[in-house]
Design a protein around this ligand. Sequence first.
Ligand SMILES: C[S@@+](CC[C@H](N)C(=O)[O-])C[C@H]1O[C@@H](n2cnc3c(N)ncnc32)[C@H](O)[C@@H]1O
Length: 180
Amino acid sequence: MSLLMQQHFSQTYIEKYLNNIYNYVLDTIEDEENLCNLLNLDYTNNNQNVDYSNILTQGIYLLRYAYAYIFEYKLMYTELLDMYEKNNINILSIGCGTCIDFDALLLLKDKLNKRFTKGLTYTGIDPVCWNDNLKHKYFTTDKKSKLNCIQSNLEDYCNNKDITKLIDVLVFPKSISEIY
Ligand SMILES: C[S@@+](CC[C@H](N)C(=O)[O-])C[C@H]1O[C@@H](n2cnc3c(N)ncnc32)[C@H](O)[C@@H]1O
């Protein structure tokens, strides 16, 4: 791990988080009869054919990308905080998956508490229900941060709502090219 990455992460959270996913994937693989289905798994090239509803597809995706993405999202939110002036914030994360970008926000908890004295609300939407066992057990929330996770696609969620009036920041965390 590079020095830069060490500075940005609390290793304990990330290690526990990835170990949990790793163990879950191992257990699931033992029960899986048709591992050949994974042969064609390809997350690259904006592949809209990835079946994110499959638990192994989710777990392998997270083992492959979560570590790097938390790092990226943490930097993204750090820059955002520097540009944003209000003392409360409503974030809508579209295609949130396991809400890795929320986990990244929690790594900035001390900074957030000082900045968002009136609170922070994060709403993540995704049509796929990502497995609870692969979610943020090791990232601690606090009273001021509110997490809503909603199973919905963008179109249904926006139906009859002017989200520009409700939301301060729209995030497409690695999802914009995969929205269907
Ligand atoms: C590459 S994954 C990204 C997951 C996560 N945000 C991350 O940081 O790793 C793309 C996600 O977009 C979701 N997605 C696809 N179409 C969508 C839609 N119409 N509305 C909301 N989410 C959608 C998929 O279900 C998938 O979970």
